[in-house]
Design a protein around this ligand. Structure first.
Ligand code: CMP
Length: 143
């Protein structure tokens, strides 16, 4: 069964452009509820830990440098079929290939600076959420 949570990060380019509010509004309009949210400044090492799975990729160094270049906003989101629906909402990794109307198509400049992260599986959503948030920081019941 699909999990109902995913982890997004509004990346440093999103914060630098002052688009956090617009992007969060689009996410909420698409039916996602915010379960936890904070603003953090990653170091190259903490960015590297988050993207450990990409350690051998040629863009890893650039990715860690970019993700630690300014503040970012990790958010745990809840919705039925959250992982797949959120990836649909943000569009392809490369904004040039993203569908019209998707968040990356609207706001991102390049594959490296692509505005938002979205978990690619239920398992990674859980691992990535735990990277940024203690259980005590998640809203257990939205009431
Ligand atoms: P994200 O969804 O955060 O997951 C891994 C990130 O690596 C991805 O978004 C991109 O920002 C980045 N990335 C993927 N491919 C490349 C690439 N070819 N060059 C630079 N960055 C990349």
């Amino acid at each position: 069964m699909a999990s109902n949570r995913t982890l997004t990060i509004l990346k440093p380019d999103c914060v630098l452009k002052g688009k956090e509010g617009e992007v969060i509004a689009q996410i909420q309009k698409a039916g996602f509820k915010i379960i936890a949210m904070k603003m953090v400044r990653l170091t190259p090492a903490t960015a590297g830990g988050f993207y450990e799975v990409h350690k051998e990729r040629p863009f890893y160094g650039e990715l860690c440098e970019f993700m630690s270049s300014g503040p970012c906003v990790p958010i745990i989101l809840e919705k039925e079929n959250a992982v797949a629906d959120f990836r649909k909402l943000i569009g392809a990794t490369d904004p040039a290939e993203a569908e019209e109307g998707t968040i990356r198509k609207l706001y991102a400049d390049s594959k490296a600076e692509n505005i938002v992260h979205g978990s690619d599986s239920d398992e990674n959503a859980q691992i990535e959420s735990a990277y940024f948030f203690a259980k005590s920081e998640e809203v257990a019941n939205l009431g």
